[in-house]
Ligand binder design. Structure first.
Ligand SMILES: *Cc1c(COP(=O)(O)O)cnc(C)c1O
Length: 407
């Protein structure tokens, strides 16, 4: 139990945890099931190229997402590149795709990698999601598509974005990398817009080591994407599209299936942790857990808080140092908006105030099946003590010899 700042490890106290609590520990599921699947893969000597486990994984993801087609791929970034490429087949280099300012850099990179220009849109200050009210002003004759991002599993305002995309005849995609298992109302994330993309990276709620999927109800699009994923080969073995190699392999599918088996347990555990965080941080001024819209279901795979520097006298980055000294490896997700990334620095971009403010405040705390309610209580204790002595922590921190990240 921490009482004063002298108890904080950064100031000489004993660290709250002996072992690291990281953000994004993998949800591996039942090891014996994974090994049993791997034995089947090795016995069958079918390691890649649309094997039986990939097939089973695609069927289960499509069912979970409530869509007709799941095209599994090697990661979500390549999946986004494939969709941007599909939107731009009739276009020219320099065409534009509208993306939110607050997302993982892969969303912007996927656009630029296909020779298009990411046009960055500000976000809603409460949710961090793309603000549909600001999208229309960014549409030009060169706009090809809009990519919404279901940040931390929160559903975008899909209906308003669909209306805008319809009205201007634009493709609408969703980067749903963090949103497998989440819903918009009662409808699973997966069937909105022209297509949605999931990630099965090791840190996501379901992991396949590395992996991703494009889900859609569009039969023709799914057919093109299946060809693109496999060097452009169509069903008859002729090359029909400019292809790449984006296939998911059988070992990845074995992990994906095993991790998927554990999804409901993972969600239940995450939800309990979320409630514990909410009640334990309720009295801590200036540190606010992200509020989720109760109409939508969230997997609570991300324990997000905002740290209000002026209110606490404690900048997010100072709190990050306090936590890391306790072996609580929190993460500043996201610390840089897309229009401030070096490749996309654009003098013509106006300031995007909400995204910029959030980037200085957001903090992801550890959660997941390996983080117990007791662990969450200990983490919140540290946050409470640091926030209660914000100016003192900041001042001592500035004077002290340790660390680097003070701003
Ligand atoms: C994780 C993530 C990605 C990248 O997924 P990969 O499978 O690692 O390529 C893209 N966008 C968002 C919003 C993400 O959270």
């Amino acid at each position: 139990m921490k009482h004063g700042i002298q108890d904080l490890a950064l100031f000489g106290g004993t660290p709250a945890f002996v072992e690291n609590h990281r953000v994004g520990r993998p949800n591996q599921g039942d090891r014996s099931r994974f090994l049993e699947r791997m034995n089947r893969v090795l016995d069958g000597e079918w390691l890649s190229n649309n094997g039986p486990l990939v097939h089973e994984f695609e069927e289960r993801v499509a069912e979970l997402a409530g869509v007709r087609h799941c095209v599994s791929v090697c990661n979500a970034t390549v999946a986004l590149q494939m969709l941007v490429g599909d939107a731009a087949t009739a276009g020219v280099p320099g065409d534009e795709v509208i993306i939110p300012a607050l997302t993982f850099p892969a969303t912007a990179h996927a656009v630029a990698w296909r020779g298009l220009r990411p046009v960055v849109c500000d976000v809603d200050p409460l949710t961090g999601l793309i603000d549909p009210g600001r999208v229309e002003a960014l549409i030009t004759p060169r706009t090809r598509a809009i990519i919404g991002v279901h940040l931390w599993g929160q559903a975008c305002d899909v209906r308003r974005l669909e209306k805008i995309a319809d009205c201007y005849r634009l493709r609408l995609y969703f980067d749903a990398a963090p949103a497998l298992g989440c819903t918009h109302g009662d409808t699973p994330i997966g069937g909105f817009g022209d297509a949605e993309v999931f990630s099965f990276h090791a840190t996501k709620v379901v992991n396949s080591f590395e992996g991703g999927a494009i889900v859609t109800d569009d039969d023709a699009l799914a057919g093109r994407l299946r060809a693109v994923r496999n060097f452009g080969f169509g069903p008859d073995g002729r090359v029909e599209e400019v292809g790449t190699n984006a296939k998911l392999n059988e070992a990845a599918a074995a992990m994906g299936l095993t991790s998927l088996d554990a999804l409901e347990d993972t969600i239940a555990h995450n939800r309990a942790n979320y409630e514990t965080y909410r009640s334990a941080l309720a009295g801590v001024a200036g540190v606010r857990p992200l509020e989720y819209d109760a109409r939508h279901r969230n997997t609570h795979h991300y324990a997000m808080v905002t740290v209000d520097g002026p209110a606490t006298g404690l900048h997010r980055d100072v709190l990050l140092d306090v936590l890391r000294a306790e072996n609580i490896l929190a993460q500043p997700y996201f610390a840089q908006p897309m229009h401030r990334l070096r490749p996309y620095l654009d003098e013509s971009t106006a300031a995007l105030p909400w995204a910029e403010e959030l980037c200085g405040q957001l903090l992801a705390l550890p959660t997941g099946p390996k983080v117990s309610a007791e662990d969450v209580g200990i983490i919140c204790d540290v946050v409470r003590v640091a926030a209660a002595h914000g100016p003192e922590v900041t001042a001592t921190r500035r004077a002290g010899p340790v660390g680097t990240a003070v701003q």
